[in-house]
Design a protein around this ligand. Structure first.
Ligand code: TYM
Length: 342
């Protein structure tokens, strides 16, 4: 069976972008693929994390996976640091990836900011660890938001170079699964900025544990423009939003995309239905839909967070199953590299 791998960092403020761009899409895949969903705590520490918070945030991502509908009996749910082979394969990949490849990674540039000299070495080699996550299980399909596509291209290049240099066929091709109409959810305050866990403004994002009042307030205050909602005539024949059209009204297209994703309907369908409507009315409908869709997930997350023993047992079981899959692949890699094993 083809295998799926994906991961989310335990860095707090899990938001609507993480949910619509990634976590929710993991759920149906568990029925048709052998799937692994990881809490990537080793990626999280590439920027400073408060040690007192790490365990709670690791459990929070696990709770989000389970609350969204991932069944830990079907999928393997675990945290990365419990499977040492991730770090071991990442080291090999540090020796395969070229500096020139890493220098092109836009996420490193964004995260390191102007003060590049002060960024951790881990942040720089972050994509190599990500390639290791996926390839350690020979996963072929990776559901992610749009911002991770460049990292997946790098993982693909690493796999190909490894196979080529060592004249083996160990690693498969990787296919990104960028699914739904909210693959890049934007900030509610500024439609040109991605919705992010680290935005200083809480009003920029809906978090997965927000209650109805918070959701309503954030949508009511979301930045919009004074015009009514557009009609389907501005869409392409395929029902997509041309880049120039999106750039003219980024906040409007963001809210429409969120609505379509939450309703699990085509964007063109939603645009046709809402054409000419004022934002005040549309925001009411969006609030109702968001509360209906997110409310039960947030409530279940909170319930699970009150039972850390259960969450930890899910992670322990998942880690044991992941180790069993990873061991033989790492052995194959070490053999190809020529490491002596006595
Ligand atoms: P992280 O924790 O930043 O994000 C988790 C997932 O959420 C998606 N995402 C978004 N989707 C739509 N709109 C947004 N505004 C938005 N913000 C985030 C991300 O694309 C991601 O799918 N590097 C990964 C974690 C990772 C990983 C992996 C993923 C580590 N190893 C192996 C796949 C496979 C990350 O930054 O996640």
């Amino acid at each position: 069976m083809a295998r799926v791998f994906s991961g989310v960092q335990p860095t707090g403020n899990l938001h609507l972008g993480n949910y619509l761009g990634a976590i929710r899409n993991f759920v149906p895949l568990q029925d048709s693929y052998d799937s692994l969903y990881c809490v990537v705590d080793m990626h999280a520490v590439t920027v400073w994390q408060d040690p007192a918070q790490m365990k709670t945030l690791t459990r929070e991502v696990t709770a989000a996976y389970l609350a969204a509908g991932i069944d830990p009996k079907k999928a393997i749910v675990f945290n990365q640091s419990q499977v040492a082979a991730h770090a071991e394969l990442a080291w090999i990949f540090n020796c395969v990836a070229r500096l020139g490849w890493l220098n092109r990674m836009t996420q490193f540039k964004d995260k390191a900011g102007k003060n590049r000299e002060k960024a951790s070495a881990g942040l720089y080699v972050y994509p190599n660890l990500m390639a290791a996550d996926i390839l350690l299980y020979k996963a072929t399909h990776v559901p992610v938001g749009e911002d991770q596509k460049q990292h997946l291209e790098l993982a693909h290049d690493i796999a190909q170079k490894f196979n080529h240099d060592y004249a083996v066929e160990i690693f498969p091709q990787i296919e990104p699964l960028v699914l739904g109409s909210a693959t890049r959810v934007m900030s509610l305050r500024d439609g040109k900025k991605k919705m992010s866990k680290s935005d200083p403004s809480d009003m920029s994002r809906i978090v997965m544990t927000d209650g109805p009042d918070e959701i309503a307030k954030k949508i009511r205050k979301a930045t919009t423009d004074p015009n009514a909602l557009p009609g389907v005539e501005v869409l392409t024949e395929k029902g997509e939003v041309p880049d120039e059209t999106r750039a003219e009204r980024p906040e409007c297209w963001n809210l429409l995309g969120i609505y379509a994703a939450l309703a699990e309907r085509a964007l063109s369908d939603v645009v046709a239905e809402r054409a000419g409507q004022q934002f005040s009315a549309f925001k009411k409908a969006l609030t109702e839909l968001a509360v209906e869709q997110l409310g039960p997930v947030g409530t279940e997350m909170k319930r699970l967070m009150n039972d850390p023993g259960y969450i930890d047992s899910v992670l322990a079981d998942g880690a044991a199953r992941a180790r069993a899959l990873a061991g033989p692949v790492l052995a194959e890699v070490y053999d190809a590299v020529g490491f002596l094993r006595s």
